[in-house]
Design a protein around this ligand. Structure first.
Ligand SMILES: *Cc1c(COP(=O)(O)O)cnc(C)c1O
Length: 412
């Protein structure tokens, strides 16, 4: 199975650019703006740009480069394989991977100078890899301060720290960081964050008493970066905010000074006039209430648009219409109403979500329609949708618009 090319220069000799038919347009200028905004909020703490899951669907390599240009000093991913892909693209910034299995390639991580998160069992694997590579591993010890996912329990922390210090004394590793992850930072009024901060401080004190001298202590995600300065320590790990999305229920991107970086758009595929009572899409869950024009939008759940998100907004020719009937694998339908004959609309741009300017539809609107969160909406846009990167060069408004497009590494 092959998807349209999303990398490299597109040559006109190959015919029409598939990225014009449908694409997730990624504004790297927005990424840089958001990194600067988060860096200002975090200062004097540094920013780790979290680019796991192909940068939440935005394209890991171009986003990582833009984030570093804008002042991020670290990169973070979940998997070692994601880290190795960034290294293979020539990115040599400090880079942490924190989610492993017994089949993770710790040797390759050590060889590539990738920092490795360690919750406990990984330590022996990491040390074996360091011996094999004849190179000290760079380790961040993770304490579970209450989230209940990975991380060492407070009960086992003493022992993990003790073993790590021993290996450090033997020159097999260096404990570069101590970290933990917050559970409810998107609800700033909840008390559990205070408890997690206290537990983190205690874990750091225990490690320092045992002889660990970490470069970076890190706890905050995007919501904590924006709402809880007491969680910043030396480094914040920001994902969602880098992409310009709000982690808070009651606050928009604009209210937080962020610019959504992804626009999901396509072209109207077909328009037709239908009579009253026309059923629409599988299950015939929608029937037109009068003579009207239907427009066919060629994106569906294979492209990552949630099937349950009937009612989600699509903007065509300056007006926003809800999706009617079921969203199918490849397509969905909007009802333009009686007043719009649909003339000239095939080939017009249809935007599902974008930066929200001029009251345009947003990923937040689609999250509401799907009963999920904006994280999931952007991250699940599938590899079938080519990514189109704009404003790759940091020239701040020097005419680097759509005309200057050439894809960076894509989502393939
Ligand atoms: C995904 C992740 C983050 C980033 O969270 P955001 O809410 O997107 O900023 C930070 N730390 C860890 C451990 C993560 O898994």
């Amino acid at each position: 199975m092959t998807y349209p090319a999303t990398t490299g220069e597109f040559s006109a000799a190959q015919g029409p650019d598939p990225r014009h038919e449908r694409s997730a347009v990624i504004d790297l200028d927005a990424i840089r703006h958001n990194v600067r905004r988060l860096a200002a909020a975090a200062s004097p703490a540094k920013v780790m740009a979290v680019v796991k899951a192909d940068a939440y669907g935005h394209g890991a390599v171009p986003v990582a480069r833009a984030a570093l240009q804008a002042g991020a000093s670290w990169l973070g991913v979940a998997h070692i394989s994601e880290a190795l892909a960034l290294r293979a693209a020539g990115i040599d910034a400090p880079l942490l991977a924190w989610l492993h299995t017994t089949d993770s390639n710790f040797g390759a991580a050590v060889a590539a100078g990738v920092d490795i998160g360690c919750s406990g069992w990984e330590l022996e694997r990491i040390v074996a890899a360091a011996r094999e590579q004849e190179r000290p591993a760079r380790v961040h010890l993770k304490i579970d301060t209450g989230l209940g996912r990975n991380g060492c329990t407070p009960e086992d922390w003493d022992r993990l720290v003790g073993e790590a210090v021993e290996y450090q004394d033997q020159g097999l590793l260096r404990v570069v960081g101590i970290f933990s992850h917050l559970a409810v930072a998107d609800e700033p009024e909840r008390p559990e964050t205070d408890q997690q901060v206290a537990a983190f401080r205690e874990a750091v004190a225990i490690a320092e008493d045992a002889g660990v001298d970490p470069e970076v202590r890190h706890l905050a995600n995007t919501p904590a970066t924006l709402s809880r300065p007491d969680t910043h320590f030396d480094l914040v790990r920001a994902g969602l905010g880098i992409y310009g999305l709000s982690p808070f229920d009651g606050q928009t991107s604009a209210e937080l000074g962020l610019r959504p970086a992804m626009t999901l758009r396509t072209l109207v595929s077909q328009c037709k006039e239908v009579p009253e009572g026309q059923g629409v899409s599988y299950g015939l869950r929608y029937h037109t209430s009068g003579r009207t024009t239907l427009a066919l939008i060629p994106l569906g759940y294979a492209d990552g648009v949630p099937r349950v998100a009937t009612g989600g907004p699509v903007r065509v020719a300056g007006k926003t219409y809800p999706v009617v009937g079921r969203i199918a694998m490849d397509q969905m339908v909007i009802d333009l109403g009686a007043e719009h004959a649909g003339e000239g609309l095939p080939g017009a741009e249809a935007v599902l979500f974008g930066d929200g300017a001029d009251a345009g539809p947003t990923a937040d609107d689609w999250a509401r329609a799907a009963g999920t969160i904006n994280y999931e909406i952007v991250t699940r846009i599938s590899p079938r949708v080519p990514r189109r990167f704009i404003n790759e060069d940091d020239t701040a408004g020097a005419g680097a618009g759509l005309a200057a497009v050439h894809g960076g590494a894509g989502a393939a």
